[in-house]
Design a protein around this ligand. Structure first.
Ligand code: FES
Ligand code: FES
Length: 216
């Protein structure tokens, strides 16, 4: 009798361990499939709308209204879609680049309500009612933005892949008041990686715009 109970106890423990393992592995699999933007949102305390969307059994399309480069967009998206993927895949604004997709390189930098953000770490749903500016929205028609002109003048790029993100960050850097000298520029541009190493020319371009006093 005692033996049977022990056997039953061991079996119960095994079932329980199995269940725990299955739960943990399912949770890990779910985490592996979750975009970094969603994990960041969780870390930051999810926006209620996004939290509600993630509680649904399947990823359903949700409405989103956001102004992008001055144009109001009425969209329908899955809650897991990042701003970067929305821009590139759905709106075909491919000027914003996908480098690391994990918030490490700055290639995806855009302005959200005037602040620079990594679009790969921003869930599109959280931009409801906001204004987004991408590199495509920086020029005034055919006239380039002063920062775009300065990058050309100072040869602030080689392959150009990081350049849209660098330019969006550079504009924000001046607007934030973080471009008083080369050291400060280097510090506040440090989130934008350039694999071609065009850093010296990028700093010169930013200093040129700052010293020129042009409105950015
Ligand atoms: Fe967003 Fe690298 S693609 S930081
Ligand atoms: Fe090539 Fe910066 S210009 S990565």
């Amino acid at each position: 009798m005692e033996q049977t109970e022990n056997q039953g106890g061991q079996s119960g423990q095994t079932d329980s361990s199995r269940r725990t393992f299955l739960k943990q592995s399912s949770a890990l699999a779910a985490l592996a499939m979750t975009p970094p933007a969603a994990l960041t949102a969780v870390d930051n305390g999810l926006d209620e709308r996004v939290a509600a969307a993630f509680e649904r059994p399947t990823f359903q399309q949700m409405p989103l209204q956001v102004t992008i480069n001055g144009k109001v967009q009425q969209l329908s998206i899955e809650p897991r879609v990042t701003l970067l993927d929305l821009l590139r895949e759905q709106l075909h604004l491919t000027g914003t680049k996908k480098g690391c997709d994990h918030g490490q390189c700055g290639a995806c930098t855009v302005h959200l309500d005037g602040q620079r953000v990594n679009a790969c770490l921003t869930l599109a749903l959280t931009t409801e009612g906001s204004e987004v500016t991408t590199i495509e929205g920086l020029a005034d028609g055919d006239r380039l933005h002063p920062m775009q002109e300065a990058f050309i003048k100072h040869d602030g790029f080689q392959c150009g892949y990081c350049t849209p993100g660098q330019i969006m960050s550079a504009v924000a850097c001046i607007r934030e008041g973080h471009a008083d000298n080369p050291d400060q520029i280097r510090e506040y541009m440090s989130g934008n990686i350039c694999r071609c190493g065009a850093y010296a020319n990028i700093v010169e371009a930013i200093m040129d715009v700052k010293e020129g006093g042009k409105k950015v």
